[in-house]
Design a protein around this ligand. Structure first.
Ligand code: GLN
Length: 474
């Protein structure tokens, strides 16, 4: 039984009775326990997942099973599931049980997907290596001395190591695309507003978006189709119909115009990554796609702008963890003010504290105009760069990350180096546009190299089409 086979193929075998959801779920559970040392999961719903699988098997036999019947999904521990621990990778929420289901969980269930467990992550989704989890780092299954990327490292590893068919992550500045790239799988950040954030614990609300990891572009399309769509409980959710992503994936790229941002292909780009991308560009060209150089002139400001605005929003969102209502409360406090300070000082990890301090600083009265307001204006310019580029092209191709998977400890003590891992990904969150990470090749050490496709707002279809085409090429 090949757990990496495309969902379409597996589903056909389920329908014909050759396969069962129960056996497949059991197989994923065995891999989860065999590869426990990867530390990808924070909770595993063994009995519940098997019981659910048996009920889906019955539904399939009876006819009328949902679109995702047979799909086994792992969910990043920043997405609420009623009655389940939702830790966000933090000591603050170590014992917190969610009191309602996120919109995406409701939708997965309604489509008969099986949720197998919750995955490890950087604390409150802040990080690019999953070394910031309060529950220990996640290892890259390809080379266990290396990071899987982050912050959705556990979700990427679940799919890459065959512990689930697909998974959900969240992407605020690259947290789906970068770990997908470092683990050699597909990962998509949909357009801001495409997928409801109801039940996603907030990091930076104007950037956060939920999206899938999968072994193929078609599997991304299957799950996106289910989780996308308007939800009135998220005021930023778009009132737009969800297109038939699968129908758009016809592998015909003839006449498509693909932009190459000159600022992303500068001399700083790692030569091995460049040569893998060039090979992929040639394949698309051979099949009739046209490549056009475009300029995104404000690219040099993306990291600074992102780390001002995202920290500002985080400092505000994380004010709710005060030890009073829920979450960690320090047992050592003597009065109310000590309860606040000690609960927060003992509960949060170093990176989260750094973000809260940075965010509070850029929002403070004397510095608001110089930092926060200015960054808002630059965000607008960055967004305009993309909108101008999309007047000329259908999508953009860029690297996903400046390096392949790095070693544990290599960047964690140098925040600036870590922040620079996001140099190619944060712009999509600043502009609110969709992006997908596509496995493109390997480096000399056999570590995966991903490429990124960026699209017009709400045009995930174009990205999936190109991704699916590339998947068919050697
Ligand atoms: N690495 C980025 C950060 O630490 C992005 C995180 C994310 O997308 N959640 O902010």
């Amino acid at each position: 039984m090949n757990v990496n086979e495309p969902f379409d193929v597996f589903r056909a075998r389920l329908n014909s009775g050759e396969e069962s959801c129960e056996a497949r779920t059991q197989q994923y559970l065995s891999t989860i326990s065999r590869r426990k040392n990867l530390n990808a999961f924070l909770s595993v719903f063994e009995d519940e997942a098997l019981a659910h699988a048996r009920s889906v098997d019955k539904k399939i036999k009876a006819g009328g099973a949902g679109h995702l019947a047979g799909m086994v999904v792992a969910v990043k521990d920043v997405i609420c599931m009623k009655g389940k621990r939702t830790t966000c990778g933090s000591k603050v929420l170590e014992n917190y049980e969610a009191i309602y289901d996120a919109a995406v969980i409701e939708k997965l269930r309604a489509a008969d997907a099986i949720v197998i467990g919750k995955t490890n992550m950087d604390e409150f989704a802040m990080g690019s290596s999953t070394e910031n989890s309060a529950f220990g780092p996640v290892k890259n299954p390809i080379d266990e001395t290396r990071v899987p990327g982050g912050s959705s490292g556990g979700s990427a590893v679940a799919v890459a190591a065959g512990m689930s068919s697909t998974s959900l992550g969240s992407d605020t500045g690259g947290s789906i695309r970068q770990p997908a790239g470092l683990c050699g799988i597909f990962g998509m950040k949909p357009t801001y507003g495409r997928v409801s954030r109801y039940g996603l614990v907030a990091f930076a609300s104007s950037f956060d978006q939920i999206g899938p990891f999968a072994n193929s572009a078609r599997d991304v399309a299957h799950i996106l189709k289910v989780i996308a769509g308007h939800d009135e409980r998220d005021s930023t959710s778009a009132k737009l119909p969800v297109p038939d992503y699968l129908a758009a994936m016809n592998r015909d790229v003839e006449g498509m115009k693909i932009g190459l941002p000159i600022e992303y292909f500068n001399e700083a780009l790692n030569p091995e990554i460049r040569s893998v991308l060039e090979k992929r560009i040639a394949q698309l060209r051979d099949h009739g796609a046209e490549f056009i150089d475009v300029s995104l002139p404000h690219s040099e400001y993306t990291i600074a702008t992102y780390y001002i605005l995202a920290t500002a929003e985080a400092s505000s969102n994380l004010a709710r963890y005060d030890g009073a209502r829920y979450g960690y409360r320090s047992p050592y406090a003597k009065d109310l003010s000590e309860m606040y300070t000690k609960s927060r000082s003992e509960g949060f990890g170093a990176e989260v504290k750094r973000r809260i301090m940075l965010g509070t600083y850029v929002l403070s009265a004397g510095y608001y105009d110089a930092h926060y307001r200015k960054a808002q204006k630059v965000r607008r310019l960055i967004q305009k760069d993309f909108f101008d580029a999309f007047k000329k092209v259908d999508c953009l191709m860029t690297p996903i990350s400046p390096t392949t998977a790095f070693k544990f400890g290599e960047k964690v003590d140098d925040p600036l180096q870590m922040y620079l891992s996001d140099i190619y990904t944060v712009s999509a969150n600043l502009a609110g546009i969709p992006g997908i990470s596509v496995p493109a090749g390997v480096d000399r050490q056999n570590l995966p190299i991903g490429l990124q496709l960026l699209g017009k707002q709400f045009d995930e279809s174009a990205l999936l089409k190109v991704a699916d085409f590339l998947e068919q090429q050697e």
